[in-house]
Design a binder for this molecule. Sequence first.
Ligand code: VG1
Ligand code: CO
Length: 566
Amino acid sequence: MDGPVLQAGFIASSIQHNKSFIIMSLQTIQTQAFSDQRPGTSGLRKKVQVFQQPHYLENFVQSIFDSLEGFKGQTLVLGGDGRYGNLEAIHTILRMAAANGFGRVLVGRDGLLSTPAASCVIRKYQAFGGIILSASHNPGGPDGDFGIKYNTGNGGPAPERITEAIYTRSQEITEYHITDDAEIALDKIHNFQLEGMTVSVIDPVADYAALMAELFDFDAIRTLFQSGFRMRFDAMHAITGPYAKQILEEQLAAPEGTVINGVPLSDFGGGHPDPNLAYAKGLVAEMFGDDAPDFGAASDGDGDRNMILGSHFFVTPSDSLALLTANAILVPGYSQGLAGVARSMPTSAAVDRVAEKLEIECFETPTGWKFFGNLMDAGRVTLCGEESFGTGSNHVREKDGLWAVLFWLNILASHKKPVAEIVRDHWAFFGRNFYSRHDYEAVDADAAHTLISGLKAQLAELPGRQLGELRVAYADDFGYTDPVDGSVSTGQGIRIGFEGGDRIVFRLSGTGTEGATLRVYLERFESDPARHDQDTQQALSDLITIADELAGIHRHTGREAPSVIT
Ligand code: VG1
Ligand code: CO
């Protein structure tokens, strides 16, 4: 082995900076493949302890670089959500980018960039691609999760053909390239050289904030806040704190204190940075309490998810997508009309009916934002969304939490009505899709796979069968052919559709890091406004029973109830 053996491991390898004069050199480090580096729904996510293994991060980063062509001298964007290990990983990746021949890296100050901001920066500066360090909504800290994903030059998550190439490479890797350790100052905005590569430390918020100001009517939103409108934004001690503070409190003049939990912490304050009714407890209590604010919102670890609440009212992400689509005309950035919309398969069909009314195309894609990229690049869709608290548009190529919040603020500023009234009016016009997702987290992986195999075995005989009051219209394992490049993705979730539009979907999570997570998605369409105020779980109760009977959830997992209901 030439060169000193690094005290590798992403924590150990880069924390001891030589403060004195440094002569840098390139090193090629011998390594061995790790068998578990296949990216999931959104990059490679593992427990911090897994990433702390010597060479683990380096192997994956080199596998990314080895799978790409033509990046020599080009620009890479780099940043993360600030979780435990973020800064150390940034140091390692900068040294590897230099050793592999990138010309320049744009890195967020303190190593921070939200996922949508990274996407924005990649596009704005026409970078070759970007690396984002995040495990999104998964908890952080030394016992939490870490993650890494690669985004291509369009700003979007690498498509499956690239993530598979990265995985294949990770199985053959024998060496990686890195510069010697170096002093790297990321706490101020400046440029410096690293072994012939320029590192530009950039303001993580500025480019993103400028883009938001182009899309939304900031004057109208400012007037709304000046009229006494009250909002609470929960940044969950994750990445959106600095973004929300600057945009909401400084640029839009929302009162100080509008943003809560606004300081990013490496362990998210011990919380679970997933903006839903289960994990954003404090915000939910305030929004359903006495003297509730008019509008509540939260975002996740890396800033790409959003939860929308009104006073005593929760907006499901599927409804939110439908509503943004129906009201896009009110928002300057979208007032020219929408090319089309797309939703992930498990997301409710609420947006489909809006698209029909607007006479625009509506696509159903597999779970994960990477499937929207081609449709947006081809100009076929403008808005996209997922039931998992993700909405976004072609302004970037990632879902975007704060963008969704600003979109809602723009709508609220135009309608001047409470959130609940806007949503009820929408249901009265388009009908309501009752919708819920039941997650069974960290179940035994073998049991979960047996459950899914059992469902697959039943698919052929299900159509036409009567289950309780419902008759099965179709049952399949969802497959998708990308209409732009013809690539095929199979095994994307079991769908059981009933006559009248009710639906149950089963799939296993591709972002969990412990055992398996079973997700059960339940949906019922109701056109009669007199029945729109039912409790959601009540409205779905017979589908919940059918789901358990068909899949044997209790029998296979031993669980009496879901871990999380959203
Ligand atoms: C989950 C969601 C999916 C989302 C993905 C990444 O994936 O269901 O809709 O795109 O997380 O979101 P899975 O495979 O666990 O169901 V994020 O905010 O982690 O980038
Ligand atoms: Co996220």
